[in-house]
Design a protein around this ligand. Structure first.
Ligand code: PMP
Length: 398
């Protein structure tokens, strides 16, 4: 059989992160590549107890459920959103199979093939894949340590008239950067004037290293769901466990209803079991205390990796200290191609993601994303040592 694959899918670049994850399975490989949380910090005991409570209530966790998601969990999530200044009701929320599906559904309902989407440069790789799958043209605005640069966004809007904007304003993936409040307000105003909805993707906002620091979401600054321009999405993947595949989106009830229609066609609903388990977890477990605990540990892991990188005395490597999230974004010496460096690194037993994966076009090739949450202690020490050896050998060979 000669399969004729859809050109859209055939042209899709396979995720470098997922390919690297394949490479790193089952070997003495230290991986700084995937955005993996620390397994030893998963709340296993609390989840066991939650599952007992869940099944004590009968077998409904095994049944089909609403496309919009398990109502008691949506109600609890609305209260959690309220505490962050985001006021929504359950009909302004949909539960999804990870926030990845929320992004996919939003693009489904808000765009048509051939439309243009505005993103920041660089941005989350798997969202770029979604945009490509939907036949969108991606334009990327320059960003600096304060976030997307409004003047560049305005220029691209005037030139390309994008249908919508996608952004990760708090602890972005891959850069870990945080948009300043001033930038948030400027970009909101810009999108409002141009009637451009914004997908605000916020998987990392809770993982902050300074607990009192406040990073107001675009959604909270917009101040309303109905008629507002921001649709916000987040997930339990980083705060509880990614295997539960539960994310959510909030926004205008008409957008949410449209997403529910698209979701019916995609997968009918997300797992009732996962949603009921999370609902029970939130009832018997202090999730905020858990988030504080993992954030503290991740902050320490970040400092550990940063300290080790400094000790290597590699010259011409720069990074901005992340204030949260899961990634260190490195700028390597000018002219160094991180994709070629990756091959040398993997031969030494350490993996990372070359920064080029996060650009829709014109990649900055001397960049790399290192995850600091999955490893700690001796593995981080060894991993950074191998990484530094690979860089040095690579530079010597040039
Ligand atoms: N957005 C960003 C920026 C991410 O980094 C991730 C996970 N790597 C996701 C969305 C999707 O996460 P999930 O589907 O597990 O919620």
């Amino acid at each position: 059989m000669d399969y004729r694959f859809s050109p859209r899918v055939a042209a899709l670049k396979s995720s470098a992160v997922r390919d690297i994850l394949k490479l790193t399975q089952g070997k003495d490989m230290i991986s700084f590549a995937g955005g993996l949380p620390a397994e030893e910090l998963f709340p296993v005991e609390a989840l066991k107890e939650a599952s007992l409570r869940m099944f004590a209530g009968g077998a409904s966790a095994l049944q089909y459920g609403l496309t919009e998601g398990y109502l008691p969990l949506r109600q609890q999530l609305c209260s959690r959103m309220e505490q962050k200044g985001m006021h929504v009701t359950p009909d302004q929320m949909i539960l999804t199979t990870g926030s990845q599906q929320a992004i996919d559904l939003l693009v489904d309902v808000l765009t048509e093939p051939g439309d243009t989407i505005l993103v920041e440069k660089p941005t989350y790789l798997a969202s770029l894949q979604v945009f490509q799958m939907h036949g969108l043209k991606v334009v990327a605005a320059e960003s600096d340590e304060h976030g997307m640069i409004p003047e560049d966004a305005a220029r691209l809007i005037a030139q390309h008239r994008p249908k919508l904007m996608y952004a990760v304003p708090t602890f972005g993936n891959p850069t870990g950067r945080v948009w300043s409040t001033e930038r948030r307000l400027q970009l909101l105003e810009l999108c409002r004037t141009n009637e451009m909805p914004i997908i605000e993707d916020d998987p990392y906002g809770d993982i902050k290293f300074h607990m009192d620091a406040e990073y107001p979401s675009l959604f909270s600054l917009e101040g309303r769901a109905e008629g507002g321009i921001v649709i916000y999405t987040s997930t339990f993947s980083k705060t509880v466990a990614p295997a539960l595949r539960t994310g959510w989106a909030i926004g205008d009830s008409r957008v949410i209803a449209m997403m529910a229609k698209a979701k019916q066609a995609a997968d009918l609903q997300s797992s009732t079991l996962d949603q009921q388990l999370l609902d029970q977890l939130l009832r018997g477990f202090d999730l905020d205390a858990h988030i504080a605990l993992i954030s503290k540990s991740y902050g320490e892991r970040m400092q550990e990796m940063e300290g080790l990188l400094k000790q290597t005395q590699l010259s011409d490597i720069r990074w901005l200290q992340p204030q949260g999230g899961m990634f260190l974004w490195l700028e390597l010496p000018e002219g160094l191609d991180a994709e070629a460096l990756l091959r040398a690194s993997v031969a030494k037993g350490v993996a990372f993601v070359p920064g080029s994966s996060f650009y829709a076009a014109d990649p900055q090739r001397n960049t790399a994303r290192l995850n600091f949450t999955h490893n700690s202690g001796e593995r981080t020490v060894q991993g950074v040592k191998r990484f530094a050896e690979a860089v040095n050998e690579f530079l010597a060979r040039r």
